[in-house]
Design a protein around this ligand. Structure first.
Ligand code: ADP
Length: 738
């Protein structure tokens, strides 16, 4: 048996695997010694067995079993059980032998051990032989033979088969088997097998009526048995020789062998031997049974533990699987919901995009429509207001004067309405952005006030400026828009205040480095606004009441424009008002301060100037015939002379030929625009004031007019006072172009 060919049954002894590795690695020297010990016990047991010292043999195998169990070496344990089974069989204790064989059977089921399985079948065959079931036994031996090529076992199988053939009877096969065994080369049991083979041959020869030959074989066998102390064989061969000699009437020889027999059987040795053997056999059987029970209990516990582990694993696995499936289901459902929601969102998104596009288109259409309509309305309106103004100046009759005043009022109303709409339209279409230019706030405020002095006079109201001198002289912001905001607010103040005061207040709230915050307030002592009205006052077309509208006029757009313009500066307007006492509108603006460069300090309040226009020679650049007539008449009215250019190219030509005191430049003309004409003129003429007269449309930029070289811009249709004021300013108080 190959003890070194040891394997650990991983399946069966899982728990001990780690321990074994550790143990083998640490104590490899000890482990080799231990395996050697086991092998020694086996060799000893074999010798004792063949000498029929079965108690000692049992003891050795039992010791080997103990070692094997310590080593957790399943194959060696199986070998031990097989050896024990064989020993009990020899002791004729068949039941014990079978039980030990069955124990090995259990262990074999958990291992892959061909030699063990072959031995197992071999022992089974021996049991069957005891029951005289020779065919079955032979069959088992055939199977065992196929399973192994371990020489010792193959020889024992041959031997057993030989004895079976004796019984079947198949003498030829029997003889063949025994003959092949009498000379064998087994390492450990050469002599034992040979003596058994001689015994077999001897028996065979008796059966084939060749007793002399039988005696020959028996004597050869006895010789070997005696040399090796094969007690059982000595007995068997002696009894064979006694009987066979008797058959051959060789009574002397028969007597001699019989004497030998009696001597052996009656010897003390034999008596004690039988007793000790029986006792030892019982003890060892008891021990192995106990051992088996302990092992079975251990295995049972392990199985229990592993089954409970398996149960826990099963529970955990099923819980895990349940969770996973739930997760999968919920993920799937979530996904479904997501897909549905996505589809829904996509549809909604498409709808929203479509409606947004439609809204943008509608907005663009509205903006363009308003722009076109208001622009188209302004040209004829220019004729209406201009001609009304001229007619009023031409000493109309009393009744005519009344009608003309009504006409002028309507024209002015329509004019401001259209201007307001256009302004709001421009803000809504995001066409307006604050443009930073350097300016003096004090000057801007003075100009606002001065432009409104006429209305103040009409209402017998005084406008005053409460200006904080700490405000930096030069600021950076959009002065045009600031003017517009204040014109609207001061205009409202004047409109709703009769014989009272309108004050424009400014305060420097904060200044750090270049950043300044300025507080603006327009306060009046007018009719005031009720709490109800205050809430909606900044909405489009919102007016205090029908009565107010009837009495004071207006479009309801002024404050909306103020709010929108302040929105461009990220600022908000607020108000305080008390009915009958007055109102106050206030807001804050952030600006940048500049080191002061402005040429002159503005006077606090500028009164409208009366200029003497007589003899001024003006060039009117205008493509519309009616407008040409009106503008011409307005100039003639103030005793000015003029020439007319119907397009930009003519205008450039004329300016290069003639000296004019001022040029009134229309912007939108066929051919080159007023802006382009201005640029061309400025190439050779830097001093003649050019005032752009334009019905500003959506895409026009005041900045670009100034950049082209215009000195000022008057939006058409203009109020005649504003028109004259601008001409006077630029002709009599010229300023260098920026
Ligand atoms: P409108 O051009 O009609 O004046 P606004 O938007 O400028 O339109 O003003 C809306 C309304 O707010 C006015 O009709 C008026 O009732 C009220 N309002 C505005 N400013 C004043 C003020 N300074 N004093 C009294 N009421 C005012």
């Amino acid at each position: 048996m190959k003890i070194k060919d040891l394997h650990i049954n991983f399946n069966f002894k899982m728990l001990f695997v780690f321990a074994m590795f550790f143990w083998q690695a640490t104590y490899s020297q000890d482990s080799i010694a231990t395996y050697q010990e086991v092998e020694d016990y086996f060799a000893l047991a074999r010798t004792y067995k063949n000498q029929d010292k079965l108690d000692l043999s049992l003891e050795s195998v039992y010791k080997a079993l103990k070692k094997a169990e310590k080593l957790e070496d399943l194959k060696t344990i199986i070998d031990c059980y097989h050896e024990l089974s064989l020993l009990y069989l020899k002791l004729n204790k068949i039941d014990q032998s079978i039980q030990l064989w069955q124990r090995a059977d259990v262990l074999l089921k958990d291992s892959e051990y061909p030699y063990g399985s072959a031995t197992h079948r071999y022992i089974d065959a021996l049991h069957l032989m005891k029951e005289q079931k020779y065919y079955l036994a032979n069959h088992e031996l055939d199977k065992a033979d196929k399973m192994t090529n371990v020489r010792n076992l193959t020889l024992h199988i041959l031997l057993a088969k030989g004895f079976i053939y004796l019984e079947l009877p198949k003498y030829t096969e029997a003889e063949k088997n025994f003959n092949s065994l009498i000379v064998n080369n087994d390492t450990n049991e050469k002599d034992y097998i040979a003596s058994r083979a001689f015994l077999g041959l001897a028996l065979l020869k008796s059966k084939t009526n060749e007793p002399e030959k039988g005696i020959e074989y028996a004597l050869q066998g006895l010789d070997i048995a005696k040399k090796n102390n094969f007690f059982n064989e000595i007995l068997e061969l002696n009894s064979y020789l006694a009987a066979t000699n008797e058959q051959l009437f060789k009574f002397e020889q028969a007597l001699a062998f019989n004497k030998n027999l009696v001597q052996i059987k009656d010897s003390i040795y034999n008596e004690t031997k039988v007793k000790t053997e029986a006792k030892k056999a019982d003890n060892i059987y008891f021990e192995t049974q106990k051992n088996t029970i302990t092992n079975l209990t251990k295995e049972n516990e392990q199985l229990k533990a592993s089954s409970s582990r398996t149960e826990i694993t099963a529970i955990l696995t099923s819980a895990f699987l349940t969770i996973i499936s739930l997760l999968a289901v919920s993920l799937y459902r979530n996904n479904q919901i997501k897909v549905k929601t996505n589809d829904l969102l996509q549809t909604k998104n498409n709808e929203l995009e479509a409606s947004r596009d439609a809204a943008v288109k509608a907005m663009e259409a509205k903006t363009n429509f308003l722009s076109t309509v208001s622009h188209e309305l302004r040209t004829p309106l220019y004729a209406v207001t201009g001609l009304t103004h001229l007619l009023l100046e031409e000493n109309p009759s009393e009744s005519q004067q009344e009608h003309l005043k009504a006409l002028k009022f309507s024209g002015d109303y329509l004019l401001s309405f259209i201007n307001d709409i256009l302004q709001l339209n421009k803000i809504d279409a995001d066409k307006l952005e604050p443009v930073n230019t350097e300016f003096s706030l004090k000057k801007v405020l003075s100009e606002v006030i001065s432009s409104l002095q006429q209305s103040a006079k009409e209402n017998e109201t005084k406008i005053s400026l409460d200006y904080d001198e700490n405000i930096p002289k030069s600021l950076l912001s959009d002065s045009m828009k600031i003017s517009q905001i204040l014109i609207n607010l001061v205009g409202n103040g004047l409109k709703f205040t009769k014989k009272g005061d309108v004050t424009v207040i400014t305060r420097l709230l904060r200044k750090s480095d270049d950043d300044v915050t300025i507080y603006f307030e327009v306060r009046d002592t007018g009719i005031g606004i009720s709490d109800d009205q205050i809430t909606n006052i900044f909405e489009s077309f919102e007016q205090g009441s029908i009565q107010i509208n009837r009495e004071y006029g207006g479009t309801g757009l002024g404050l909306t424009i103020v709010k929108s313009l302040l929105g461009l500066f990220n600022s908000k307007i607020d108000l305080k008002s008390e009915l009958g006492k007055g109102s106050s509108f206030f807001f804050e603006l952030d600006m940048k301060s500049k080191s002061y460069t402005t040429e002159e300090e503005a006077t606090a309040v500028i009164a409208p100037q009366d200029f003497d226009f007589k003899g001024l020679h003006i060039l009117i650049v205008e493509d519309n015939k009616i407008n040409q007539v009106i503008t011409k008449k307005m100039l003639i009215k103030k005793e000015m002379t003029c020439e007319i250019a119907s397009n930009g190219t003519d205008a450039v030509e004329m300016v290069s030929q003639t000296k004019y005191d001022a040029i009134l430049m229309d912007i939108h003309m066929p051919g080159i625009s007023g802006e382009e004409a201005t640029i061309l003129i400025r190439k050779f003429n830097k001093h003649t004031p050019i005032i752009a007269l334009t019905a500003i449309s959506l895409d026009d930029s005041l900045e670009s007019f100034y950049a082209a070289g215009c000195n000022d811009v008057v939006t058409k249709p203009f109020k005649p006072e504003v028109f004259y004021q601008k001409i006077g300013e630029h002709v009599f108080n010229p300023k260098p172009l920026s």
